[in-house]
Design a protein around this ligand. Structure first.
Ligand SMILES: [Zn+2]
Length: 331
């Protein structure tokens, strides 16, 4: 692993631009949180997104003199190093040259990457870490990042490691948001957990899951996790089902990249070993040559929901100097 940068006094602003909210704060070169502002709702159009982001940056700069850079992690496909958001769950950010816009509006060096890459970088730099590690985030969707030889692996244009769209069940029935049948995401996301929980509740009207259902019989992923924590066997079985699919995805990542560590983050990972034990069992079943290799640790992420903006802030300090200037907006 690379030596951790010493505390050189540099600070940067990190932003996490999600489908529903924008989070922001200030971190130092070690990833320690220096300041943060309350998240704001994601606005509906590109101009308003830029305005909201600029306002957050202005607030943080006014309270923290000497900000050296700004980094943003954005949900969706982001071209690196150009920092152009190609597509996003938030329809406001389609083909948006955010890096150039941020540099122009703030006068600061800026980087923009995918939000899961940013969270992966935060775990690598401040959490449990290894030179070759995979990060899998399990929230509403499934995403992730990959550090190989101490560098974030981005592929040719930055849109690599779409772990949620790894094909694991092409003959299944669940269609992914991307339009394909067989992706990991519709089988292993928080939304999938809710779907599994709702089906289990319908099958056992007197059970603990049915008691947590809304008027339409729907159970959320969070409710399934809560019931599993309380010991409900049906809820635990749904986490095992999720873990089965995630373990297949992790086995493929390890087969391809021989990572020494797999970190699982995102809201669903808060289920802890109730999710990770089934992931580990499925992983051992599907990884190749299990008897002839050191199996990687599969561990929960250390950082919570702030990993995205913290990672973006760190990326701005770590990667700012190694990227070409962003083309001007509209160029
Ligand atoms: Zn997909």
């Amino acid at each position: 692993m690379l030596p951790r940068p010493h505390d050189d006094g540099r600070l940067s602003i990190g932003l996490d631009i999600g489908g529903t909210k924008i989070s922001a704060g200030v971190a130092d070169a070690r990833g320690r949180v220096v300041d943060r502002v309350p998240p704001v709702p994601s606005p509906p159009d590109e101009t308003a997104v830029l305005k909201a982001v600029s306002a957050l940056v202005d607030t943080l700069r006014s309270r923290n003199p000497g900000i050296a850079a700004v980094g943003a992690g954005a949900a969706g496909l982001v071209r690196w190093p150009e920092g152009r958001i190609l597509s996003a769950p938030n329809a406001a950010c389609h083909d948006m040259p955010l890096r150039g816009l941020l540099q122009d509006s703030t006068g600061l060096p800026a980087v923009v990457d995918n939000d899961a890459n940013a969270a992966c970088w935060a775990e690598y730099r401040t959490g449990i870490s290894a030179s070759h590690m995979a990060f899998v985030t399990v929230g509403t969707g499934v995403g992730g990042g990959l550090v190989l030889a101490d560098r974030l692996f981005r592929g040719r244009t930055g849109i690599a490691t779409e772990i949620g769209h790894m094909i694991v069940d092409p003959h299944g029935t669940d269609r992914c948001g991307c339009g394909t049948v067989g992706c990991l995401e519709p089988l292993a996301s928080g939304r999938a957990l809710g779907r599994y929980g709702s089906a289990a509740a319908a099958a056992a009207p007197g059970g603990a899951l049915a008691a947590l259902a809304d008027g339409a019989g729907r159970v959320t992923g969070e409710a399934v996790t809560a019931a599993a924590r309380a010991g409900d066997p049906a809820a635990r079985a749904q986490l095992e089902r999720l873990g089965h699919w995630l373990g297949i995805g992790v086995a493929t990542l390890v087969n391809l990249f021989d990572v020494e560590l797999v970190v699982v983050g995102g809201g669903v990972a808060e289920a802890g070993d109730l999710l990770l034990d089934p992931v580990r069992a499925s992983f051992r079943r599907y990884v190749t040559a299990a008897a002839h290799r050191d199996l990687p640790d599969i561990r929960p992420a250390l950082l919570g929901p702030e990993a995205g903006w913290i990672g973006a802030a760190l990326m701005a300090l770590d990667h700012g100097e190694e990227t070409a200037p962003a083309p001007r907006p509209g160029a």
